[in-house]
Design a protein around this ligand. Structure first.
Ligand code: ATP
Ligand code: MG
Length: 230
């Protein structure tokens, strides 16, 4: 067994106590850092500038893994990370289970919405839609949202800049995240349907929650207290 012997003042840094947290650069990282700091977890290097993808922290047993936002559920599901911080949008879009959604962190708040050009919205009524063409990166969420209302969808999968689609004639409607609405407005679009309120959640690998219960619980409890003390 590869266990580092513990001395009187250090814990064994073995597999049962190590905690790997996956999170993404960008908004999630920016808003997670203050929360992690209140939970006593501070990266030893500046995660906004370093090129390293695995960061040591002020807690010897805790590491941060920096990956693409949409990959966080996959890393956590397969145990490549014990915990993860992911937007509810990413979790709703992810196909597959194997994750515990433990805690709403209350950060990176926004909403998922259907939007279309203001000129169309002025004479449009979502209640009479029977078939819509929609550009989005949220293919699964979009299909589910409209299917629940008996509306057929022709979905155009994009990887970003959804607001562009109506301007170039790809589709009149889009499904995208909205926070202030400034990006929509700048592109002549308006929100016509609310799909879901979004925030970032702490998720956990199911097996790790059993095998490393004590180590994970310590981190989860600290984060939970940090959320509550905001
Ligand atoms: P990339 O930019 O690498 O293509 P991404 O667009 O998924 O990936 P971000 O823009 O950082 O990366 O978004 C990550 C998460 O942050 C989203 O899944 C969402 O939960 C949240 N988020 C995105 N945009 C906003 C916003 N305008 N306001 C609040 N939260 C947001
Ligand atoms: Mg983005």
């Amino acid at each position: 067994m590869a266990t580092v012997m513990s001395s009187a003042d250090s814990r064994p840094a073995d597999a049962a106590t190590s905690v790997n947290i996956a999170l993404s650069k960008g908004r999630i990282l920016e808003e997670s850092l203050p929360l992690l700091a209140r939970a006593g977890i501070r990266p030893v290097e500046d995660p906004l500038t370093t090129r390293k993808l695995i960061l040591d922290t002020s807690l010897p047993q805790v590491k941060l893994t920096i990956i693409r936002a949409a990959d966080v559920p996959t890393y956590v599901k397969f145990g490549a990370a014990d915990l993860g911080i992911a937007g509810k949008d990413v979790l709703m879009e992810y196909e597959g289970d194997g994750l515990y959604e433990l805690l709403d962190l209350g950060i990176a708040r926004c909403r998922l919405a259907v939007a279309e050009p203001a000129s169309l919205a002025s004479r449009d009524d979502p209640r009479v839609w029977t078939r819509v063409r929609v550009a989005t990166k949220y293919v699964n969420i979009t299909r589910r949202h409209f299917a629940a209302k008996g509306i057929q969808t022709d979905i155009i999968k994009l990887y970003g800049s959804m607001e562009l689609a109506p301007l170039v004639g790809l589709s009149e409607r889009i499904v995208d995240l909205v926070s202030s609405g400034q990006t929509l407005k700048a592109n002549g679009l308006v929100e016509v349907e609310h799909i879901a309120d979004i925030s970032a959640w702490l998720v956990a690998n199911k097996a790790a929650m059993k095998m490393k219960r004590a180590a994970l619980k310590r981190v989860v409890d600290e984060l939970s207290a940090a959320v509550g003390s905001k």
